[in-house]
Design a protein around this ligand. Structure first.
Ligand SMILES: [Zn+2]
Length: 82
């Protein structure tokens, strides 16, 4: 499967995304880098927390692939799988 153009849900820049298992997408953004986001978290746009960008940057600095998911408390950002 090849990447498709899509705007980054975090910063709005022109980015690419791939479908990622089990549900959701893996975005590659020139500004935010690579991260995964679930379909549900994506559909809650523009409900992403203002801190999302910084959280993604911090997790990536530690070598993680950040995962944005929708939980009962809103969108959470976890380290995900490397
Ligand atoms: Zn971005």
């Amino acid at each position: 499967m090849s990447p498709e153009p899509a705007n980054c849900p975090v910063c709005g820049a022109a980015a690419e995304r791939l479908r990622a298992a089990p549900r959701g997408y893996r975005y590659t953004c020139p500004s935010c880098g690579t991260f995964q986001i679930s379909s549900r978290a994506l559909s809650c746009r523009p409900g992403l927390p203002a801190s999302a960008r910084e959280d993604i940057r911090r997790l990536r600095a530690y070598g993680h692939l950040p995962l944005l998911e929708l939980t009962r408390d809103g969108v959470s950002i976890s380290p995900g799988r490397p």
